[in-house]
Write a new protein. Structure first.
Lengths: 648, 173
């Protein structure tokens, strides 16, 4: 296709039987959507697959770091009155373990999966705001690296990942550790919000023609709900962490009791974020599971509408639960009853999901590949975590196990079961698509067995420890307490689990170094990402596909599905479709590679980090960021003649 | 702007529902003077030693006029004061606890004794110990470096062998 034939509006046409210009088109597309390489090129890439891959790899590295921290913690707790770590290190390690898992692993991992997979699944060439995407990644990277660098330089935070005031105020926690924590948490929220805006717009406006909302894959639905949750959940924490940073750096009195502040305000702000956060991590995992279940059961999901509605319901109800973290603060009974009701209620849509999956799997010819094994592991673990969740939703029970190891067991069942197992399933499922080669099935099965056994060995005994009264976050315990045997078992389990993770990590590393040889659709999946090569070309799809049903690839059948014609190959054009029915609507021209998102992220970081030392850095950071944004938004030539530009 | 008539009708329905809810809230709050139940007791954490109830010599176990028992405790890094208390089994005990510094928690395993001790507030919780024995009283909210050894002992003895606690003086609030 050449530019001269490009005057008609983009529309839908039947697939041409003969396309002589195909390879030329592919070549031109490849040139247009080219990502620069090399050291400097790395900082200018904006392609969604590059950014998504970086999110996934970086967050996986943080996952390994937090995992090593948890092993150190478990080693300390293996025997009573142990002095493997100092109390100081212990407190820093559990703070970093929690913060890393929640902020630097779970959320970015889900964002990375969304950023990588969603545009492929909805059949577009890139995301709506590619530069913003890159900006989000650099902000995340800087936040994570800074927090760890500060930790290694002796400024590790030690207030717990929840950072309850007034312990975390300067009076009780002098030093820079918590300043870094509060600032970097604010910082990483920016990254999450950026990804949320990005994905919402992309999902709403860039779906392939014919993919109306009620035909969207469940993974995309889950991502959409998650991103809306981020939009509403992250700002309260941002407000909270900024207030905490202000209390610490310029001595405001938001939380200091003696200055008229309110310590419970922090808890409300934190958990108003913190509880939806749990579902922000869980909901994308539900989407992953729906994808895997459909593919490996080789049949459409049972109850698509129920699945979508229950995901949306989870998204709503998740915002009505936060006070169940505060049942023992002495809130009025009427108030806590509401939150008990909501906490029990959320089990209903979660149950709908589980039953729909079981109905899909029931009687299907299952293919027991590694991704499905991780999903089956998820069923077992997550349902157990859900059951203890309903237990602790009841106030009288909660007051007896509040902040004991019972809670530790409960939320690890929910989070490892609800997020880590699906994420590992997703790694095995999408690895061939992302890197072009299959992961080793034998290694995958070993990894699953080790992780499943190790996990249960580690966390199941904690229920009992909690009922016996062992409190959380204690550095050590006395031998008379009777907690020794179960603690030792938990520690052994943690090492077995870590071994399972190691198997996958090594396997992924080895496969990463291999030559790409995976077929386009190794699992026989139904969604559009399997319609392109593995790994996908720079431009994702040579022809933007047209979708005729919910199970895009399965419904193609003999009748050739249409493709989109009229998109120019010579510049970064993507098709914009209508929100509900995904009818072709307009063409958007996306910006190309640039260094400015990186420089802007550095400028924002300079402002945030400098503020720890002196408030003057706030205006300096603002100014630098302004310069960065001007460079970012500087008008550019988009290719094509001036008349054509006006015609659009 | 064009709005589908059906959509418009539903917008009116939603607005009406919201209106009814708001009216109900305002009516109950203003006309009937009904408010959510709350019982907030605040206290200045920095000057507990000067307070009527939590001064050092006022801490400990007190017998109330109605025969029940009141225990006043201060939670401070890293201990509960007084360090050891003795209580009778099968009697209603009301704990009143204040924090002198940061957020603490109080938890006696295998009982329903569990509450947060938020600085600036008085935490009150009532319980009955059915069986004599030694109960550990643990801090379950992370409170810093010495969190793991912030615990003290509650000795519960049979009602008959319990040396009666002094009577509580009436406390002015």
């Amino acid at each position: 296709m050449t530019a001269s034939t490009e005057t008609d509006r983009p529309g839908v046409g039947e697939q041409a039987s003969v396309r002589p210009a195909m390879s030329r088109k592919a070549e031109e597309l490849d040139r247009t959507w080219y990502s620069p390489s090399g050291f400097f090129g790395w900082f200018t890439q904006v392609n969604h697959r590059m950014i998504g891959k970086r999110f996934i790899i970086t967050s996986f590295i943080f996952f390994l770091m937090a995992g090593i921290e948890s092993l150190l913690l478990r080693t300390q707790l293996a025997v009573p009155e142990n002095s493997f770590l100092t109390p100081d290190h212990f407190n820093q390690l559990f703070t970093m373990h929690g913060s890393t898992m929640m902020f630097f692993f779970a959320v970015p991992m889900m964002e990375g999966l969304g950023i990588y997979v969603v545009p492929l699944m909805i059949g577009t060439r890139d995301m709506a705001f590619p530069r913003l995407n890159a900006f989000g990644y650099y902000v995340y990277l800087i936040a994570g690296v800074t927090l760890y660098a500060a930790g290694f330089l002796g400024h590790a935070p030690d207030g717990g990942w929840f950072a309850y005031v007034p312990l975390t105020l300067t009076q009780y926690s002098p030093g820079l550790g918590l300043d870094f924590w509060a600032t970097m948490i604010t910082f990483i929220e920016i990254s999450a919000l950026v990804a949320a805006v990005e994905l919402i717009v992309t999902i709403f406006k860039q779906r392939a023609p014919g993919m109306s909302l009620n035909r969207m894959p469940l993974f995309v639905w889950a991502m959409l709900v998650t991103m809306f949750m981020i939009v509403f959940a992250m700002p309260p924490l941002m407000v909270g962490s900024v207030m905490l940073a202000l209390d610490r750096t310029v001595s405001t009195h938001f939380f200091m009791t003696s200055g008229g502040g309110e310590p419970l305000l922090w808890q409300h702000l934190f958990w108003f974020f913190g509880h939806p956060e749990v579902y922000i991590i869980l909901v994308p995992a539900l989407g992953v599971i729906s994808s895997i279940v459909v593919t490996f059961a080789r049949r459409p999901i049972f109850g698509y509408t129920a699945m979508v509605l229950s995901v949306v319901a989870i998204g709503f109800v998740a915002f009505g639960l936060w006070v169940h973290h505060m049942f023992t603060t002495g809130l009025p009974t009427l108030g806590v009853s509401f939150f008990t009701a909501a906490s029990v209620m959320i089990a209903v849509p979660s149950g709908v999901q589980i039953f729909c999956w079981i109905a899909t799997l029931w009687g299907a010819k299952l293919r027991f590949a590694t991704p499905l094994l991780f999903v089956l592991g998820f069923f077992f673990i997550f349902v157990l975590g859900g059951l203890t969740g309903v237990m602790v939703a009841s106030v009288p029970f909660d007051t007896q196990v509040h902040d004991t190891y019972f809670l530790v067991a409960h939320f690890h069942y929910v989070l490892i079961g609800g997020a880590v197992f699906p994420v590992f399933g997703a790694i095995y499922y999408w690895f061939p698509k992302v890197f072009g080669c299959m992961l080793n099935e034998t290694a995958g099965k070993w990894s699953f067995v080790l992780m499943f056994v190790g996990f249960n060995m580690s966390f199941f005994p904690m229920h009992q420890l909690g009922l016996q009264g062992m409190p959380r976050r204690v550095y050590t315990y006395l031998s008379e307490s009777g907690w020794f045997e179960l603690s030792l078992l938990a520690t052994i389990g943690a090492y077995v689990f870590a071994l399972g993770v190691l198997v996958t990590a090594v396997d992924a590393l080895l496969s990463f170094l291999r030559k790409p040889d995976a077929p386009d659709n190794p699992w026989g999946g139904d969604t559009l990402e399997w319609a392109t090569s593995s790994p996908p070309p720079n431009y994702n799809f040579e022809d933007i596909p047209v979708v005729r049903g919910r199970w895009a690839l399965w419904e193609r059948g003999e009748e050739p599905a249409g493709t989109v014609v009229g998109l120019r190959s010579g510049r970064r054009e993507v098709l914009v479709t209508t929100l509900l029915d995904a009818e072709p609507h307009a063409v958007a021209i996306l910006p190309g590679p640039t260094i400015w998102p990186f420089l802007s992220a550095v400028a924002v970081a300079a402002g945030f980090l400098g503020f720890i030392r002196h408030p003057i850095w706030f205006p300096i950071g603002l100014l630098l960021t302004f310069v960065g944004f001007v460079g970012w938004l500087w008008p550019r030539a988009v290719g094509g003649s001036a008349e054509e530009e006006q015609a659009r | 702007m064009h709005i589908h008539p059906l959509e418009r009708r539903w917008i009116y329905v939603v607005l009406a529902v919201i209106g009814i809810f708001l009216l109900a809230i305002f009516y109950t709050a203003i006309a009937r003077n009904i408010h959510p139940p709350s019982h907030i007791e605040t206290i200045d954490s920095a000057s507990l030693h000067l307070s009527e109830e939590f001064a050092e010599d006022k801490l400990g176990v007190w017998t109330q006029p109605d025969g029940t028992i009141k225990v006043t405790l201060v939670a401070a890094r890293y201990g509960f004061y007084p360090r050891e208390i003795q209580l009778p089994a099968g009697t209603q005990v009301t704990f009143r606890i204040a924090s002198a510094d940061v957020l603490h928690g109080i938890h006696i395993p295998m009982t329903n004794m569990g509450t947060m001790v938020v600085p600036g507030y008085v935490s009150e919780i009532t319980t009955t110990f059915p069986k004599p024995g030694e109960y550990p009283m643990l801090c379950n909210e992370y409170c810093g470096l010495g969190h793991d050894h912030m615990w003290s002992k509650v000795t519960v003895v049979a009602k008959e062998s319990w040396p009666a606690a002094p009577n509580a003086q009436p406390v002015r609030r």
